[in-house]
Design a protein around this ligand. Structure first.
Ligand SMILES: Nc1ncnc2c1ncn2[C@@H]1O[C@H](COP(=O)(O)OP(=O)(O)OP(=O)(O)O)[C@@H](O)[C@H]1O
Length: 241
């Protein structure tokens, strides 16, 4: 494990009324201790997970549109408005890694198409643009990801079938145990969240705090839905009847 702590430099912030400090979870952030190789960010849509992950990626020197340190394609890069207000504490520092941003992965794939000179060796031997969305994610995980690195994944499940999400769990497990890799993953997937021995930070209720897997909405809503689908849907549609 490499990244141990993320601290918000409150003394540098002039106003908490503007984005990103207007996001309740960010406003109340003091520091996040990272004690595990695999850490998840969960929370409602708009609770600030991507904002913080992007700031960490920026601070790591990764392309904020997705990629690692050597992936420079400024045209798609966005400024992280938070990164200059956080401090990352490392032990030891690692520079290898990757920021996967599901929503802008196409830009990364296009960039690789433009610059690749070795037959897409890091991407399974085929242009990422000629692979399906989910196939291209898995090619990246299987071929480009390797040991002693930090991987920041923003909703990696976006393109993955449930079976491929299980494959991703296995890849994470192999990289964590054999390659000494660290992962921070923003996700809505109850499958990914089930990774053993991971820490889960919730961004709900205006704060960032640790939560047990079984206490997440992702677990409880999915479980209730699967076990009581008819009743659940009946209640959900009731007002419209
Ligand atoms: N560049 C920006 N300028 C102003 N507001 C922004 C900007 N980017 C995001 N926001 C707002 O900040 C809030 C947090 O957004 P963020 O993308 O971090 O949420 P999230 O938790 O990752 O959500 P989701 O689960 O839907 O991906 C949202 O209300 C969003 O509209």
């Amino acid at each position: 494990m490499f990244l141990k702590k993320v601290t918000l430099l409150k003394e540098k912030i002039q106003t908490f009324n503007l984005y990103p400090f207007s996001i309740p979870a960010i406003k109340s952030l003091d520091e996040i201790k990272i004690d595990r190789n695999v850490t998840f960010f969960v929370g409602e849509n708009g609770s600030g997970k991507s904002t913080l992950l992007e700031a960490i990626a920026d601070k790591c020197g990764f392309n904020t549109a997705g990629g690692g340190r050597n992936n420079s394609y400024d045209v798609y890069e966005t400024d992280s408005e938070l990164s200059q207000f956080i401090r990352l504490s490392w032990m030891p520092k690692v520079t290898n890694g990757f920021f996967l941003r599901a929503e802008s992965f196409y830009h990364f794939a296009t960039h690789i198409d433009e610059v690749d000179e070795n037959g897409f060796k890091d991407y399974g031997g085929k242009s990422l643009l000629q692979q399906s969305h989910g196939e291209s994610f898995l090619s990246l995980f299987l071929n480009r990801f390797n040991g002693e690195a930090i991987y920041l994944l923003d909703e990696p499940e976006a393109a993955l079938s449930p079976a491929r999400q299980l494959t991703l769990l296995k890849i994470i497990h192999d990289l964590e145990t054999q390659g000494d890799s660290q992962f921070i993953i923003a996700t809505h997937s109850p499958i990914l969240l089930g990774y053993p021995e991971a820490d889960i930070y919730s961004f709900d209720n205006g704060e960032i705090s640790k939560i047990n897997y079984e206490d997440t909405d992702h677990y409880s809503i999915t479980k209730y839905f699967l076990e009581n689908r008819k009743r659940f849907l009946h209640e959900l549609f009731k007002e419209d009847e």
